[in-house]
Design a protein around this ligand. Structure first.
Ligand SMILES: Nc1ncnc2c1ncn2[C@@H]1O[C@H](COP(=O)(O)OP(=O)(O)OP(=O)(O)O)[C@@H](O)[C@H]1O
Length: 263
């Protein structure tokens, strides 16, 4: 019973005393954080605090110098980056990663591709099976597009759509891989005030619909405070504070290091 209770409480993402050095730069200095199932957790802090470095460690683009990162209890450090998406982690980047010359549906299908099992030899030897898998994939991605209000533009070239819609396509593509953990790196960058509000509503709906856990780096405090259940603050590669949005907003150390008078 005690074991079961411990498992129920165990975090989806556990970052434990992670250190990262790039030559002489000590980008992360023993940071720790937990993100629980179904939580939307904000990660904030001044430029250079180490937020993106942590995302890069989770997705294995950077290597930790010390410490450990676990997804549902499994250590990520031994895994190659290509394995990360299979583990249930999907990510969007600060810069748009949309293929402008592909349709919206094709962009989203890229996100689900690792489910197809559609290896080249397999496709040659078992074309019927490959076609069926492709059809299933297409149907699943079409469902994701419908959920995100993108059904009407499924066959439109992604590059011809407004920036805010392209941001939505990125989320759809990330969801197509059926992630347990969704990492969003400054998703509100470049959006207007109204678009940010709509984006926040969409992320909240996505959490409900897909039961996904979200870790979100963001400088837009309106979005962070309105959307997140909990906020972690980094400063100079270290944990500075952690708590509910209203607690973090009122924390003098956070105000001093980051929020200043802009809150
Ligand atoms: N590949 C790298 N090589 C050397 N230094 C790096 C590398 N990646 C990050 N850094 C350094 O690590 C520190 C943390 O950078 P990081 O990009 O993680 O900060 P951040 O909190 O995401 O900042 P921002 O809000 O500006 O995106 C910075 O000093 C940065 O210059």
């Amino acid at each position: 019973m005690a074991v079961q209770a411990a498992e129920e409480n165990s975090p989806v993402l556990a970052v434990d005393k992670v250190d990262v050095r790039f030559g002489g730069i000590h980008a992360l200095r023993g940071v720790s954080l937990n993100v629980r199932e179904g939580e939307i957790c904000g990660l904030i802090g001044p430029n250079g605090a180490g937020k993106t470095t942590l995302f890069n460690c989770i997705t294995r683009l950077n290597t930790v110098t010390a410490g450990a990162i676990r997804l549902n209890g499994q250590a990520l450090e031994p895994l190659p980056p290509r394995q990360i998406i299979r583990m249930g982690i999907a990510r969007t980047f600060q810069n748009l990663g949309i293929y402008a010359g592909m349709t919206v549906l094709e962009n989203v299908m890229l996100g689900a591709h690792h489910f197809s099992g559609g290896r080249f030899i397999d496709a040659l030897l078992r074309p019927g099976r490959s076609r069926r898998i492709e059809q299933e994939l297409k149907a699943r991605c079409a469902d994701v597009l419908a959920d995100l209000g993108l059904g009407d533009v499924a066959n439109v070239l992604a590059g011809s759509l407004p920036y805010a819609t392209q941001k939505r396509i990125e989320i759809a593509r990330a969801l197509a891989s059926r992630p347990a953990l969704l990492l969003l790196d400054e998703p509100a960058g470049g959006l207007t005030h109204g678009e940010v509000a709509e984006f926040g509503d969409m992320v909240a709906r996505v959490r409900e619909t897909y039961g996904v856990t979200v870790l979100l780096i963001e400088h837009h405090m309106g979005l962070v405070m309105g959307l997140c259940d909990r906020v972690e603050v980094f400063h100079l590669g270290q944990n500075l504070a952690s708590g509910k949005p209203e607690e973090v907003r009122a924390n003098p150390a956070v105000i001093n290091a980051y929020l200043g008078k802009s809150r």
